[in-house]
Design a protein around this ligand. Structure first.
Ligand SMILES: *[C@@H]1O[C@H](CO)[C@@H](O)[C@H](O)[C@H]1NC(C)=O
Ligand SMILES: *[C@@H]1O[C@H](CO)[C@@H](O)[C@H](O)[C@H]1NC(C)=O
Ligand SMILES: *[C@@H]1O[C@H](CO)[C@@H](O)[C@H](O)[C@H]1NC(C)=O
Ligand SMILES: *[C@@H]1O[C@H](CO)[C@@H](O)[C@H](O)[C@H]1NC(C)=O
Ligand SMILES: *[C@@H]1O[C@H](CO)[C@@H](O)[C@H](O)[C@H]1NC(C)=O
Ligand SMILES: *[C@@H]1O[C@H](CO)[C@@H](O)[C@H](O)[C@H]1NC(C)=O
Length: 529
């Protein structure tokens, strides 16, 4: 696989910052554990924005993993962080308010942020064809200022360096050529009442509380401002698994309209979770024209109905009616659909109905992988790493790939033929002049393929169709140089038509461009393999 890694010297900076974080300043508040008072870690810069690379990363088909329990903690994934937590010991706030002091809680968390993932993990993921990661964060991850006026305000000191660590994570991923979806997993007030939204009292306090709404919108605005010009950030997810209340659509409308107004965010992808309502939010995305992506989550362990079904029945469902449902939702809204949480987990009850439990679990897992690869623009496995990973191939990617999942996720069997350096010739407005000589053979090849007539003799429909075909073909090649395939095809075509303008694509002939592009893309992908 040819990677489209971003060159730069940022990894060196990452290491330098890491060293300064473990300083040995004596602790001024004496506490039983003798925790070190940690120094502030500067927020490192992002590499200069590179539009063509960002376009590839944002529009390509995603093979992704979730970096769950790195910045938003779940007790079943990282139980060691909860050993001396307070209260129910189930959510982030129990960690922040536990460990006897904010100094100790801060030390525990910073050590975790430092060690849970490192550059080797990202480089490994890149080697096996994982091109994106989804990183759940909480509003506290933005730092002490964003804790004010929330239940985290007494523990704000714990989060002095949290944003620096999030930025470091994004840069480490970028260094390995991996895109990052930054996912606001925990909104102020909580969007779902679940412990994975940071709270332990079960209260859903976001939607009916104007203060919490405003604070959450400020968080989302900050994220958009900081990240829309970062090459390897593929989008911001507005909420994770919100409660499907009446106010949700209004909240999304308001959030997107504010975030879109951030300079540079006109085409920046915003992901919305569909509150487990595939159809309603497919219609919502269909009603918009901007780059908004529907995230649907797919689990088969949480309801009693699911627990009763056998593993092979689940497999059959996934391959039949469930696949059809996803395909319909995808087609309904120009293909802006991802499955950004799924796993290979099944209940003991589902497995116990099988003569060979391991084989049944593997078949179930592969059925999901194939279905999501075939019917959506991308998927993200939950989660990459957890404690006791080795014994949990259902939930832990690092052990699932030695079990049910393949060892390589690259869409192409071999690199593009003939191998070429990554060329960022995407939309015409972004065509890199240097790339032209490398792709010089293309028009002739396409001319032969199509038996194209001279431009002056073509109707407007034929011209749009021809232009679409050529763009589709070269787009397939451009993404292939990067080891990827186009994923958000409908959105990409729409953006291209807008960028080309009515002088190139005559009004009324857009559907010819679309059809030509789709055919050219398919031919380009076939010839690249
Ligand atoms: C917290 O305090 C208790 C009681 O003083 C002590 O046993 C425990 O070791 C302390 N834990 C930490 C992390 O300091
Ligand atoms: C990265 O983490 C792994 C454990 O997950 C460890 O074996 C390795 O030494 C770490 N590498 C660096 C550079 O810290
Ligand atoms: C809104 O939530 C905040 C906590 O974030 C709370 O202090 C405040 O009382 C709530 N307001 C209302 C009207 O419930
Ligand atoms: C993003 O970059 C564009 C182009 O340089 C610039 O106009 C815009 O202000 C930037 N946006 C932010 C939020 O920094
Ligand atoms: C997609 O669908 C095709 C045809 O139904 C099937 O052969 C293939 O295995 C599926 N999976 C992938 C990943 O392409
Ligand atoms: C295109 O049209 C011109 C006259 O307008 C004609 O001379 C020429 O043969 C045509 N070419 C083709 C390929 O049809």
């Amino acid at each position: 696989m040819l990677s489209c890694s971003i060159t730069g010297t940022f990894w060196v900076m990452v290491l330098l910052h890491a060293v300064t974080a473990i300083s040995n300043e004596p602790d001024k508040n004496s506490n039983p554990r003798d925790c070190k008072g940690l120094q502030d870690l500067p927020v490192e810069p992002f590499p200069p924005f590179d539009q063509p690379t960002a376009t590839v990363m944002r529009y390509r088909k995603q093979q992704s993993v979730n970096l769950g329990s790195w910045f938003v903690h779940e007790s079943w994934m990282t139980p060691s962080l909860f050993e001396e937590a307070s209260g129910d010991k189930v959510s982030e706030i129990d960690i922040a308010s536990g460990w006897n002091s904010t100094t100790c809680a801060r030390e525990v968390l910073e050590t975790h942020w430092e060690t849970f993932m490192n550059y080797s993990d990202f480089s490994y993921l890149s080697r096996i064809g994982i091109n994106t990661v989804r990183i759940p964060i909480g509003y506290w991850s933005l730092g002490p200022k964003y804790c004010q006026g929330t239940p985290f305000s007494p523990y704000a000191d714990v989060y002095h360096n949290s944003w620096s660590f999030v930025v470091r994570a994004i840069n480490m991923a970028g260094e390995a050529g991996i895109g990052v979806l930054v996912d606001l997993h925990a909104a102020v007030g909580s969007q779902n009442g679940q412990p994975h939204s940071g709270i332990s009292d079960g209260h859903i306090g976001l939607f009916d509380n104007q203060t919490n709404i405003e604070k959450t919108l400020a968080v989302l605005t900050f994220l958009t401002q900081q990240l829309c010009n970062v090459t390897n950030v593929v989008g911001v997810q507005i909420l994770n698994e919100p409660h499907n209340c009446r106010e949700l659509i209004g909240f999304y409308d308001e959030a997107i309209s504010i975030m879109r107004k951030v300079p540079g965010a006109e085409d920046f992808p915003f992901y919305i979770h569909d509150a487990f309502n595939l159809q309603e939010f497919s219609d919502y995305v269909a009603s918009r024209t901007d780059f908004v992506v529907q995230d649907h989550h797919s689990y088969f362990v949480f309801t009693s109905e699911d627990a009763k079904k056998s593993a092979s029945q689940h497999k059959e469902d996934i391959e039949t009616w469930y696949s059809d449902l996803l395909a319909a939702a995808f087609a309904n809204q120009r293909g802006n659909l991802v499955i950004d949480e799924w796993s290979c987990a099944l209940t003991a009850e589902s497995l116990s109905q099988e003569p060979d439990e391991d084989a049944a679990r593997r078949a179930f897992c592969m059925a999901q992988l194939n279905t999501y690869s075939n019917t959506t623009a991308g998927w993200s496995f939950w989660g990459y790493m957890k404690e006791d990973c080795d014994t949990d191939p259902g939930w832990c990617f690092r052990s699932a790939i030695h079990d049910a999942l393949p060892s390589d996720f690259s869409p192409y069997m071999s690199s593009c033929n003939p191998p070429k350096p990554f060329v960022a010739g995407l939309l015409d407005r972004e065509l890199d002049v240097k790339s032209v000589s490398l792709v010089h053979h293309r028009p002739e090849a396409i001319h032969r393929r199509r038996g194209r007539r001279e431009a002056g003799n073509m109707t407007a429909e034929e011209q749009s169709s021809d232009k679409g075909y050529r763009d589709g073909f070269s787009t397939a090649e451009d993404f292939c140089y990067c080891g990827s395939q186009l994923g958000f095809t409908g959105q990409y075509i729409q953006t291209s038509i807008e960028a080309l303008g009515p002088g190139v694509i005559a009004p009324g002939t857009e559907s010819y461009y679309r059809a030509g592009f789709t055919q050219g893309l398919a031919d380009g992908e076939a010839s690249s393999n």
